[in-house]
Design a protein around this ligand. Structure first.
Ligand SMILES: *[C@@H]1O[C@H](CO)[C@@H](O)[C@H](O)[C@H]1NC(C)=O
Ligand SMILES: *[C@@H]1O[C@H](CO)[C@@H](O)[C@H](O)[C@H]1NC(C)=O
Ligand SMILES: *[C@@H]1O[C@H](CO)[C@@H](O)[C@H](O)[C@H]1NC(C)=O
Ligand SMILES: *[C@@H]1O[C@H](CO)[C@@H](O)[C@H](O)[C@H]1NC(C)=O
Ligand SMILES: *[C@@H]1O[C@H](CO)[C@@H](O)[C@H](O)[C@H]1NC(C)=O
Ligand SMILES: *[C@@H]1O[C@H](CO)[C@@H](O)[C@H](O)[C@H]1NC(C)=O
Length: 394
């Protein structure tokens, strides 16, 4: 997740190894834009009624149909910038393939199929400040929770000051946040500074900024990834170990190779996740106290209990899901994770999937529930009837 900050000698060596292995090992052979295995779109037909936008622009955040969302945006680190997603070698992991990101990417048309009028999604390869490509994906490689308030400020500035074509007050927006890998990778050196409470507090601060400055927004947080799973990529496969272990140990995540046990890494991730989960209650209470009906905050927990990376049937890691550094997701990995996220968004709070199987995709792709065809929120999950409004086709 962090940019690889190691000596250029090490990078040269790693690239050399990866190039030589890439020729040998078909699992590494993958070019940007290669056709993806069918992830379900050809047969994807939800009832037109649940896919249509609302008849009248909703004013209540608990009545938002997926097609009512006009703007999407994301905060995060290199997993959201999609570092390496289209990479065929370790150097390209330095590139940010935002167009492929599971929270935001549009290169593969996944989100657009759901909602052709969307804006904000990313196209291509670029850094966060290249508007024509990144649009509203503000994620920065190396970012930690402590950077979230700054990213929140920047995204508001970008929408309000730089891009008056955005109807800031009236458009419904979806802001996704996914963060924590770099905090985890620093935790072993400073368990107090990187405590779960500090981690969640910084995310809370960012969300408070959105709460105070952005009208008509659904904020969703994808909980922390079990980063310790990456160790399995190093130890279970003789082919990847010589490449990925040094990359992890000397570059991307030194903590994976500290004196920290895997069990305590597991517990740390769970503590981060629990602190994140509490934010949902916090903002539920806050919106109630303020009688605010155009903001909601939802946790998407599909990754909470995903303890294993994608595996082949023979028990070796399925490298098609990962970039060549065995750390970031590949294009296929992003596409697979995106299916779990969509599933979560359409599941009611309280019964959301919390243990995605990263070896598979969430087939069949979910359709909004006809009895509550909205992006599910804390309140429409309790009682949807009071939020029901007609679609364009009703
Ligand atoms: C990996 O190495 C171990 C120990 O050297 C060996 O037993 C095993 O067969 C190897 N696996 C593969 C897939 O080559
Ligand atoms: C790990 O090593 C550090 C010093 O490098 C030490 O402060 C810490 O107590 C050790 N932790 C464990 C669990 O042994
Ligand atoms: C939310 O409000 C409930 C009921 O007043 C309270 O029990 C709970 O502790 C609050 N949660 C947070 C995170 O503030
Ligand atoms: C909350 O706001 C709604 C309209 O936005 C209003 O009808 C209602 O009376 C308010 N409730 C409280 C408790 O202020
Ligand atoms: C992590 O801990 C949970 C229990 O808290 C356990 O169910 C799970 O198997 C552990 N995962 C790994 C990979 O050890
Ligand atoms: C995860 O999915 C793979 C591929 O579909 C399947 O082989 C495996 O049994 C699944 N694992 C679990 C724990 O369900």
């Amino acid at each position: 997740m962090k940019m690889i900050v190691v000596s250029s000698f090490l990078i040269t060596w790693i690239v050399f190894i990866i190039h030589s292995l890439a020729d040998e090992n078909p699992r590494f052979k993958r070019d940007w834009g290669d056709p993806l295995p069918d992830l379900g779109y050809p047969g994807y037909n939800c009832s037109p009624n649940v896919m249509a936008p609302s008849k009248n622009m909703p004013t209540n955040v608990h009545s938002i149909r997926p097609a009512d969302i006009k703007l999407i945006m994301a905060l995060g680190d290199s997993l959201t910038a999609a570092n390496g997603a289209g990479a065929t070698d370790a150097i390209s992991v330095l590139l940010q393939y935002r167009g492929l990101a599971f929270l935001m990417g549009a290169d593969k048309d996944i989100l657009l199929k759901y909602n052709p009028k969307l804006f904000g999604q990313s196209y291509g390869i670029c850094a966060a400040d290249v508007w024509e490509c990144a649009f509203l994906n503000i994620a920065q490689p190396g970012a930690k929770a402590v950077d979230m308030p700054g990213q929140a400020t920047e995204i508001v500035r970008r929408m309000q000051d730089d891009h008056p074509e955005i109807d800031f007050n009236n458009d419904w927006k979806l802001l996704s946040i996914f963060i924590g890998g770099n905090d985890f990778c620093s935790y072993c050196r400073d368990p107090v500074g990187y405590s779960a409470a500090n981690f969640a507090y910084k995310i809370q601060e960012a969300i408070e900024y959105i709460y105070d400055h952005v009208p008509r927004v659904i904020v969703q947080l994808v909980t922390m990834l079990h980063v310790e799973m990456e160790k399995k990529l190093d130890s279970t496969d003789n082919v990847t170990a010589p490449i990925c272990q040094p990359l992890h140990e000397y570059g991307e995540c030194k903590c994976l190779y500290s004196n920290w046990t895997v069990e305590s890494m597991n517990q740390t991730v769970q503590a981060y996740q629990q602190a994140e989960m509490l934010l949902q209650d916090y903002f539920e209470n806050k919106t109630k106290a303020d009688n605010k009906t155009d903001f909601t905050f939802v946790i998407q927990p599909f990754i909470n209990n995903a303890f294993n990376p994608a595996m082949n049937v023979d028990g070796t890691p399925d490298l098609r899901m990962f970039a060549p550094d065995c750390f970031h997701f590949s294009q296929l990995g992003h596409a697979g994770v995106a299916t779990w996220l969509w599933k979560n968004m359409l599941e009611p709070v309280g019964s959301k999937t919390n243990a995605a199987n990263l070896s598979s995709v969430a087939y069949p792709l979910g359709c909004p529930d006809p009895t509550c065809p909205f992006i599910r929120t804390t309140r429409n999950s309790q009682n949807c009837a009071q939020y029901l409004t007609p679609s364009e086709l009703d």
